[in-house]
Design a protein around this ligand. Structure first.
Ligand code: MG
Length: 365
């Protein structure tokens, strides 16, 4: 079989390094065209030595070069933040399939990205465990009634609102199931991460927000499910390891044994629990539904205000619950642009970040 040619944007990050662990086991299946790292030159050099890509790139410059390189069969977009958006669009316009782990791409510009993908016949395969699960469950989208996204509930699931309000950074970073970067771990504590995933699911699978449901599932074994018209529910299960969805996304439609370390055992897991999410305790989910339903630049506003507020929380400047209050305030004051261009999206992103930072500074004077 011909090797699949792949590049990784964000190879030195959490998803990127795990993707290389997957590829290490599948060296006869993949050939690496390029690796792009954020700022960790040492790690990028070590990766280059081990995996022999045709070239490496450090920082934002050079991403466009990788994404215009038609040698690629697929590009894994695993960087975090808005820098993933423009290169992803470039790759799509060059007909290169995308394994997508970057959230901002769909949260900020889902309409544009999905329309371009359709136009150029490009596949967008989600890496995030929930969307990857739904992708695996769906055979015929037109027969599906509802998407059911699972949420672990984060570290505050069974804590009181007061405990959550006074949570320290350390408590918020103690995620029970997944080991991830700091920003996404705080988003998991507020459930904003689930909110962003709802918006992504809306774009990826073209589903109405009314037909996307969230259910809390603390064991993180059922990664998400879909309900067909006739009431049949199909779920995807697996141990909570990002290697599995990463490998699925870069190998699709094939499946390989790859990095799988052990077989799944229902009897070892013994029980699976589900409960209704408490949106009064986790109001960020409601904000995300609201932003998604309004559409246009409102999801960019939600994302930008949230990210700045999370940074302020991580720096000890605000409490966990202030994140919600700040995002709500920025959303209530935002004049939405419907059907925005990419430039308008970036302008709104910049404006909201500056406004949020200014507001946060005002709080401390
Ligand atoms: Mg997820």
């Amino acid at each position: 079989m011909k090797k699949r040619k792949i590049s990784i944007i964000g190879s030195t990050g959490s998803i990127g390094t795990q993707a290389l662990e997957v590829i290490e086991k599948l060296q006869d299946k993949f050939e690496i065209i390029a690796l792009a790292g954020g700022h960790n030159r040492e790690l990028l050099d070590a990766q280059a030595k081990k995996f022999n890509p045709r070239y490496t790139v450090l920082g934002e410059q050079g991403l466009e070069k990788i994404c215009s390189d038609k040698e690629n069969d697929i590009i894994l977009v695993a960087c975090s933040g808005k820098i993933g958006l423009r290169p992803t669009l470039t790759a799509i316009r060059n007909g290169i399939d995308i394994a997508l782990a970057n959230k901002e791409t769909l949260v900020m510009a889902g309409d544009i990205v999905m329309a371009e993908a359709k136009k150029h016949g490009v596949k967008i395969i989600p890496v995030d465990s929930e969307h990857c699960a739904i992708h695996q469950c769906i055979k015929d989208l037109s027969q599906v009634d509802k998407l059911i996204i699972t949420a672990s509930g984060g570290p505050f699931l069974h804590k009181s609102v007061d405990e959550m309000k006074n949570a320290t950074v350390k408590e918020a970073l103690a995620h029970p199931k997944w080991n991830m970067g700091k920003k996404i771990t705080v988003d998991s504590a507020t459930l904003m991460n689930k909110g962003l995933e709802i918006i992504e699911a809306h774009h990826l699978f073209e589903f109405d927000y009314d037909d996307i449901e969230v259910v809390v599932h603390p064991q993180s074994i059922v990664h998400s499910a879909i309900e067909y018209k006739d009431g049949s529910v199909i779920a995807q299960l697996g141990l909570p390891s990002m290697h599995i969805p990463i490998q699925y996304a870069i190998s699709y439609p094939e499946r390989f044994e790859g990095i799988k370390s052990k077989s799944f055992s229902f009897s070892e897991i013994a029980r699976l629990d589900f409960e209704k999410p408490d949106f009064d305790k986790f109001p960020c989910v409601k904000l995300a539904y609201k932003a998604g339903r309004i559409g246009g630049t409102m999801t960019t506003c939600l994302n930008a205000a949230n990210e700045e507020a999370v940074f302020a929380f991580l720096n000890g400047k605000i409490k966990l619950y202030n994140i919600y209050e700040i995002v709500e305030k920025m959303m209530s004051e935002h004049n939405v642009i419907q059907n925005p261009t990419i430039d308008e999206i970036f302008a709104v992103d910049k404006e909201i970040r500056e406004k949020t930072i200014k507001y946060l500074t005002g709080l401390h004077q």
